[in-house]
Ligand binder design. Structure first.
Ligand SMILES: [Ca+2]
Ligand SMILES: [Ca+2]
Length: 227
């Protein structure tokens, strides 16, 4: 019997619809929003104190951006490096965030402009954590020289600032090295970048409507099976 003529079971249909609903909503939140231009950081600006390999070009950041999608309470953190992510086996990408009570944790190192009250840890293997809580699978995407994380705002509760007013800095570490000497770069050098409030474009609403419709069908299919 050709595979196209095998009737799909209800659970298969429900799984398919659930996948479609999830994918559509993710696509709407990631693609359908207007993003700010990333903030550039110089190439080849390893700190003089960095004791890791000079060939670890994945730890040399070239640009950073932080977007906030209000509708789904999600932050999208993205960075581009000079080399492919993963080149440094023990590389760790640390995003410091100032949610309202940020302090200059690197003032003693001559960096009074880098303010943070919490850090987000991202690894080249696609794992990550915030304040000891592991990010769910699929939250971190590695694509060549680009590292992107989608983080629920619930993991980053306010300390006084509105979420779209949080500010950020990214500093990679080579964890094979101890202490401040592990840090290769700060992006930006001695300040934080602002969050961009991602505004959905008109086409996004149609995509989101399709996603919500699929969610409704999943629920209906579930109810029918129970009844
Ligand atoms: Ca750099
Ligand atoms: Ca820099």
């Amino acid at each position: 019997m050709p595979i196209s003529r095998i009737p799909a079971s209800r659970s298969t249909l429900r799984r398919g619809l659930r996948g479609l609903a999830h994918t559509t909503l993710m696509a709407a939140s990631l693609l359908g929003a207007a993003h700010a231009a990333p903030v550039a950081d110089p190439a080849g600006d390893f700190l003089a104190t960095f004791a890791g390999q000079q060939s670890s070009t994945d730890l040399d950041i070239l640009s950073v951006s932080a977007d906030y999608i209000e509708a789904s309470d999600t932050f999208i953190l993205s960075s581009t490096s000079a080399g492919d992510i993963g080149l440094t086996p023990k590389g760790l990408f640390v995003w410091g965030v100032n949610r309202g009570t940020g302090t200059a944790g690197f003032a003693a190192n001559g960096l009074p402009g880098v303010l943070f009250d919490l850090v987000v840890l991202l690894r080249p293997d696609g794992t990550g954590s915030v304040g000891g809580t592991a990010l769910t699978a699929g939250s971190v995407t590695v694509s060549g020289k680009t590292l992107t994380a989608s983080i629920s705002g619930s993991l980053l509760p306010s300390k006084g600032f509105a979420k779209q007013d949080y500010t950020w800095n990214l500093w990679p570490r080579d964890t094979a090295v101890a202490g401040f000497a592990a840090i290769s770069d700060f992006a930006p050098d001695n300040s934080n970048i602002a969050t961009t409030l991602a505004v959905p474009e008109p086409g996004t609403y149609a995509l989101m409507a399709a996603g919500l419709l699929a969610c409704g069908l999943v629920r209906r299919a579930g109810k029918r099976q129970l009844g």
